[in-house]
Design a protein around this ligand. Structure first.
Ligand code: COI
Length: 340
């Protein structure tokens, strides 16, 4: 099905930011996409409007009970001056799974991708082209419906905003240094049966306390362990974690508490294509640390749309530092790039 969306253009376009000082999420483009949902009517009135504040009832359920979902994706300037999107169908599918978990109505995958393409095309001149930069795309769903009772809303907004960004971890602007990661033993990110596999705000707000603790420990991010035994490796901060031990690359299996990252899936597919042995399993932190001790842990890294592929240099566990070497490869991405 073909989708077209009416466009109301801004009458006061903003000045573009300096590409050398983009940071992450500091600047927003001239327009945004918005579409409404009403029970009985479904999703309707998708349109592009000037970027600007929302007027929302202070009693809106989203503000109190966090019924919301979101996605993170990137658009890149290609060498011909066009724009590439990376596997947007994966984000459309994941948002469906998140919505199911949070009792939010589904958005048809083709409609999701059409809306992303439309807003990115509209603000394509905001896509930066300096190395390591991109146009970060943030689709999200909230409900403007006032309600103090805890139940799924009957009205929603689907909004897409765009922000030109540089590296999520500032150090990666300069060189791919390995970050220090704090292994968190007390706080947890998600438990099986909860919302760990969904992309929703609550998964991130509950993690902030451990990220702050990691910083106090001189680390940049936190390595989450499982909620039940606090022994199995889950994720790194806002991203998935990979460990190369011996000749095999390990990452946590999708147990229900792990976010199924698009970069995680792409990494596994590329490694397999290159003939590297991979295993998705529940990995014990003791085994990772022992591998660091005996030298068989040679590489570790985090994968995510925002943080791309960020090498891990050191793990800090109970005041002990465990180091490893780091390395990078150039990815091949046949069939994953959609040129607008
Ligand atoms: C992403 O990688 O796109 C994310 O959603 C992480 C974000 C919370 C910065």
């Amino acid at each position: 099905m073909e989708y077209t969306f009416p466009v109301t253009r801004t009458t006061s376009p903003k000045e573009k930011p300096d590409v050398n000082a983009l940071g992450f999420g500091k600047y927003y483009t001239d327009h945004m996409f918005i579409m409404e949902y009403d029970e009985g009517q479904g999703w309707h009135d998708g349109r592009i409007v000037p970027y600007g504040p929302l007027t929302i009832d202070p009693a809106a359920g989203t503000l109190h009970y966090a019924q919301m979902s979101f996605e993170g994706m990137k658009a890149y300037k290609n060498p011909n001056g066009g724009i590439n999107l990376f596997r947007p169908d994966m984000n459309a599918k994941r948002m469906k799974n998140s919505n199911d978990r949070l009792c939010i109505p589904q958005i048809d995958e083709d409609l999701f991708v059409a809306a992303v393409k439309a807003i990115v095309k509209e603000d394509a001149d905001w896509a930066p082209d300096a190395p390591g930069t991109s146009l970060y795309i943030r689709p999200f769903i909230i409900s403007p419906e006032p309600s103090m009772a805890v139940h799924p809303a009957s009205r929603y907004w689907f909004i897409i905003i765009l922000t030109p960004v540089a590296a999520y971890y500032e150090g990666n602007d300069k060189e791919l240094h390995g970050s220090r990661i704090w292994v968190e033993e007390n706080y947890i990110r998600a438990a099986v049966g909860g919302t760990g596999f969904a992309k929703c705000g609550g998964n991130y707000s509950c993690g902030m306390i451990a990220s702050e603790k990691a910083k106090e420990q001189g680390c940049e991010e936190v390595l989450w362990l499982d909620a039940k035994e606090h022994r199995y490796v889950e994720e790194v901060g806002t991203s998935n974690a990979f460990f190369k031990i011996g000749d095999t690359v390990y990452t946590s299996s999708l147990t229900g508490s792990i976010l199924p990252g698009v970069t995680r899936d792409s990494t596994l597919q590329l490694l397999r294509k290159w003939g590297v042995k991979t295993e998705e399993k529940r990995l014990l932190i003791e085994d990772v640390l022992e591998a660091a001790d005996n030298g068989s842990l040679t590489e570790a890294w985090a994968t995510g749309t925002a943080c791309v592929i960020s090498p891990i240099g050191l793990l800090k566990y109970k005041n002990m530092l465990y180091g490893m070497q780091t390395g990078i490869r150039e990815p091949e991405m046949d069939g994953w790039v959609i040129t607008l």
